[in-house]
Structures are given as structure tokens and as C-alpha cells.
Design a protein around this ligand. Sequence first.
Ligand code: UD1
Ligand code: CA
Length: 456
Amino acid sequence: MADLTTVILAAGKGTRMKSSLPKVLHKAGGKAMLAHVLDAAKEAGAGRNIVVVGFGGETVEKALAGEAEFVRQTEQLGTGHAVLQAEPLLREEKGTVLVLCGDTPLLTGNLLKKLAKEHAASGAKATVLTAVMPDAAGYGRIIRAVDGTVERIVEHKDATEEERAVREINSGIYCFEAPALFAALKKVGNDNAQGEYYLPDVLEILRKKGEKIFAVAADDYEETLGVNSRAQLASSEKILRRRKNEELMAAGVTLLDPDATYVDADVVVGRDTVIYPGTWLEGATVVGEGCEIGPQARFQNVRVGANVTAHFCYAHECEIADGATLGPFVHIRPDTKIAAHVKIGNFVEVKNSSVGEGTKLPHLSYIGDADIGAGVNMGCGTITVNYDGRKKFRTKVGDGAFVGCNSNLVAPVHIGDNAYIGAGSTVTKDVPAGDLAIARARQKNIAGWADKRREQ
Ligand code: UD1
Ligand code: CA
């Protein structure tokens, strides 16, 4: 089905979302709804995807640049009018056009494949994907003739009480033969409750012309759930999260509490990794095998190796290699590379730095703009003083160095390999390899002072 073409409707404002962000860019499962739909289309073998944009069109085009072709619908006059905007791009199209809505994030490539296959086999000019909903409110209802074939679709707002009792709904997803679609669209009027040009009216027009129209029912209504409100967005979110968690568990990942584990659609997790509750794995995060993540971890676009332990951590746009242990209460900020078997403990923040293999940052440190070698011990409370109020400077610590507790390393500064820094030092000058630096006031003891004071 490589020659499948889709038209994806995404021009609506999404009034019911009450948002300044175009509806289709709202995220579910960590990804814009429209991106989910595009993924499903591509999975089904769509070679060409045309997205109709309108409200916030520029924002939508920017968010999905390179992923599809875009056409503008300058006035949102209805779904039929929206599809018509794609006609200039599809003049030569003699085959099937799959019409999708940008607000159905639960759609899968498999369901679209099934729809396209059954449409082709039926020889119909139009095939609508339907579903039986537990609560059909808001959807267009499928009105079938006595022989069981689809007669027409009636929108919720135009429906009679009797029609509203129908639970079989229009998913808003269809296959059309392109020439028949555009010919019929020109005959669609807007004499209805919303004063809009309804795409579903095409079915009735085709049927009246004696053309064959067909319906395919989705086995699982969930896949066709549309999002018109924040409450529906939350329901879709929940389903996407559940699906992802099921996929992870099937692939050998332990989730102690799937209901409290939030993993975005594109995240990869290796087998035998154990995820504790309160964990968020987001964006392009990849976690290796045998890790222990959480409780309370948030990773955004993080590359995590194998056998990493991370509890009570926030890490973003960074890399953490095999066997590292993080936490509790660790913040790893962008552009940081943590090498294998590094230990980062209580209340440590690392930013734009590299930390070499086996190095320890066990307690209460700020490491910013630094290159720390391998096998380094950074004592409790070590601070890289990287900022003079105007500019940032780098700190370099050589392999095997030992930095005593509560030291300030005032950048730019270079601590040589295997050097020693006395506790409490404020280091402002480079320390050669193998040397000891002590940069603190010398201690003076005043004999008997405390005793005298007590006697006064
Ligand atoms: C639509 C269908 C309804 C179906 C439901 C499935 C119509 C008239 N109704 O209703 O039968 O049950 O989807 O979810 O088609 N859009 C445009 N331009 C417009 C209007 C809408 O691009 O002028 C886009 C929207 O951005 C959205 C999609 O079309 O992605 C559907 O529009 P929406 O307003 O959500 O239609 P529904 O009322 O849900
Ligand atoms: Ca909708």
C-alpha cells in the first residue's frame, strides 16, 4: 500500500479545548496528537501525507516541518470544506485517499491498513471507519438502511432523539476514491445546525448517485476516540500510557506500579530494567538493560546505559553510561556526560560537564562547566565557581585527583592528575599534577582562651 495518500484535517481551532495552542499540537503520551496520527499513517504505508492547517497554521507547520505537505484552510467552514483545500494537490490522483483527523491520537497503523484493504476489496467509492462507543455523545452517528448498509451520517447537533440513541459512530476516518470524493464535495451544502460544510455528507451524496459506500467497524472503539476537550485529552493520555506500559512489560521491563509510571511513546527501555513508581521517561530517552529507575525519576531526552541506578533524580538532555549510580536527589543538566561507574549522590547538581569513569561526587556539590577525569574523588561540598557574573569559565580536574571537602575551584582552573586539594580550600591557581594545594587560612590555637571566658 505504498501509494496510499492521506489528507489529515488539522485546521480547526479546537474551541472546546479553550487554548491558544492549536488543538492538534496538544500532547498525549508525550507527543503531539497530529504526530501520532502521522505515525499511524506512515505505519500503514502512506507515501504522501497532506495536512490541512488553519488556526495556528504556522505553528503546526513548524512543529511538523518535513513530516508532511501542508495546505491552508483560511476559514474553518467545516470538514468538507477542509478536504476541498487539498484538491489542487490531488488533481492527478486517481486512486484512494485516506482522510484522517488530527485529533485521534490513539489510531494505529494496523487499523488503517485494515480499512484500506477492506475498502479496496469492496470496490466502494467511499468507506467509513465506524466504532461502537459506550458514550457516543458529540460524535456523528451512523444511520443504516434496513438492509444494513450505511445510508448517511448525522451529526450529534443535527440528530433527533432517536438518532442520538445510536451508538455506532463516525470515526472521522474514511477511504475515498479521489475523483468521486472531489466531485461529491462540490455538492455539499451547509444547511445544518453548525452552518458548516460536513465531509460526512459526501456519503449520502454518493449513495444517492447509486455509488457503493461501505463501512468498516473498528474492533476496539478506543482507537477512534477523538479529542475535543481537555477531559478527552486526559482519557487519551491514560490509554496511550497504558499501551506503552503494556508494550514495555511484554518486552521484559518490570513496572512496580504501571498506574504511576509515565513513559512517552518513543522511549526505549532495555529488558530486566525495573521502574519504580513516580518515574517519567520522556522524549527520546533510551534506557539500557538491567537498570533500576525511580522512585521519582524524571528523564527527558537522556541516554542511559545498562545497569544504571537512579532514584529521586531529574536528568535532561544528557548521557549516563553503564553502571553509574545516581541519587538520591540529583540534578543532571543539559550537555553532561557521566561515564561508566560514576557515583553521584545526595544533593548534587552537574551541568555542561563531563565526569570520568569511576569518579565519585557523593554529596552536596555543584559541578558546572567542568571536565572531571577518571577515578576522581570530589569531597562533600565541592563547588566549581564557574561564573563571575558576566562569563562562564571551565574547570578541569585530572585523573585520580582528590579534592577535599568544602573546596571552591575558581574557574578557569586546572587541577593536575593525582593532585590533592586540602579540605576547605579556595583554589584560584592551577595545581600541577601530583602536588598538594592548601588554600585556606592557617589555624591558630589560643591556649586557655575558652576556659578563661567561662570563668568571666
Ligand atoms: C467530526 C465528524 C463526526 C465524527 C467526529 C469523529 C464532521 C462534520 N463531523 O466531528 O461525524 O464523529 O469528527 O471524531 O466531519 N477541521 C478542519 N477544518 C474545519 C473543521 C474541522 O480542518 O473547518 C478539522 C479539525 O481540526 C479536526 C477535524 O477536522 O481535526 C474534525 O473536526 P472537529 O471539529 O473535531 O469535528 P467533530 O465535531 O469532532
Ligand atoms: Ca473531533
